[in-house]
Design a protein around this ligand. Sequence first.
Ligand code: S3P
Ligand code: PEP
Length: 460
Amino acid sequence: MQVFKYSGPEFNPFGDDVLVTGGDPGPWPAPRASAPLAAVLSLPGSKSLTNRELVLSALADAPSILRAPLHSRDTALMIEALRALGTSIVEIPGEGGFGPDLLITPAELVGGVSIDCGLAGTVMRFLPPVAALALGPVAFDGDESARKRPMRTTVDSLRALGVDVTDDGRGLLPFSLYGTGSVTGGLIEIDASASSQFVSGLLLAGASFDTGLELRHTGAELPSLAHIRMTIACLARRGVTVENPEPGVWIVPAGPIAGIEVDIEPDLSNAGPFLGAALVAGGSVTITGWPAETTQVGDELAVILERMGAEVKRAEGSLTVSGTGSIHGIRLDNASELAPTIAAIAALADSETELTGIAHLRGHETDRLTALATEINAMGGDVTETDDGLIIRPAALTGGLWHSYEDHRMATAGALIGLAIDGVEVDDIATTAKTLPQFVELWNRMLGLGSIDKTPIELF
Ligand SMILES: O=C(O)C1=C[C@@H](OP(=O)(O)O)[C@@H](O)[C@H](O)C1
Ligand SMILES: C=C(OP(=O)(O)O)C(=O)O
């Protein structure tokens, strides 16, 4: 019998209906795959879509309903923050299978509040431009690790918009702003090379500025373009047409944002470890509810995993990945948030992988380039960090303690390697609650391990 004692963050990583009783469960022994997989799984909603739709619903001119939204630490932080700013967000019965739907009724935005961003990039970059529309002071802070994530572009862009911001000059959390109830808007130039979220945050709020927004990116690189396209698509669905007359320039007209009912797609980036498992363990994994068309970067997994040796089949409403017995290295530019998953698979491949164009991953939940190189090399791997990526060469790995660095994608990368290598333990699997609180449940289900024992045990 497995007894889990857990008192981690506010989310139970073992799933809502699993009893947990306080205490630290210790390192999680990553299960080895003992047979080829034959799993069909559905996954909770997309973090990126849920948090965009929450923000747009709060700024809309009528109520919205989010169907099958994600319920995780990042979305809970967004909901709490928007509620603090005056928005009504109510849970209503839903059929998504991973928690209630949400009814969001916009209201006048109020200040005088503190916002906890946790470690959520979408909260710390999307909400300051929204808070600038509130009346009164709004303070932003987050986890200790969040205080290392780049925020200078948010602070500078707010100042360029005439918003009064107080910070200590380091371009990091914490900082506060003083909202006057409106933002004039107009033309601003920003350097978004550290994160696409700086652009998305301003575009999401731009239609609510008095004169709209013309945003010009001046930096050399622009990472995660797919996420900016997602922002533009979410705005378009609500009647706001963002023009993109040339690369790095966006024009958002001032105007109403419609309240809508919207189905949130499953999180395709979180599908990565499960689909990758088919490549690592053999057999097949099917993810249901795979959208025919999407702006999610995770859709690229179909092509990436095929290039790495998988067979990939799209059927109506699902994607199936099957292992073929071999895993190949890949050259890949701008893998964005898929990079940790690809790196873990690459560590088990028969040829070299080169990931480029991901320097900005050093400002994610942790410095992902250093974290991946450190953890894979500690297991006997052969990984070199470059200025903007990783080179991963084939090597025989051995088990050991895999550190997650509070990064959900590092934790799931460790789980993936653990499928193929004996004795891998992930130090903090609970960190998956950032975007997928059901990770362990779903991973066990994929492996046919059944679920965790739910018998109540005595607290002591
Ligand atoms: O807008 C979004 O929802 C996201 C944008 C990307 O951020 P970066 O541009 O900082 O990589 C991505 O990595 C993150 O997981 C989610
Ligand atoms: C970079 C990520 O998260 P965030 O939204 O916190 O930036 C991620 O989920 O991979």
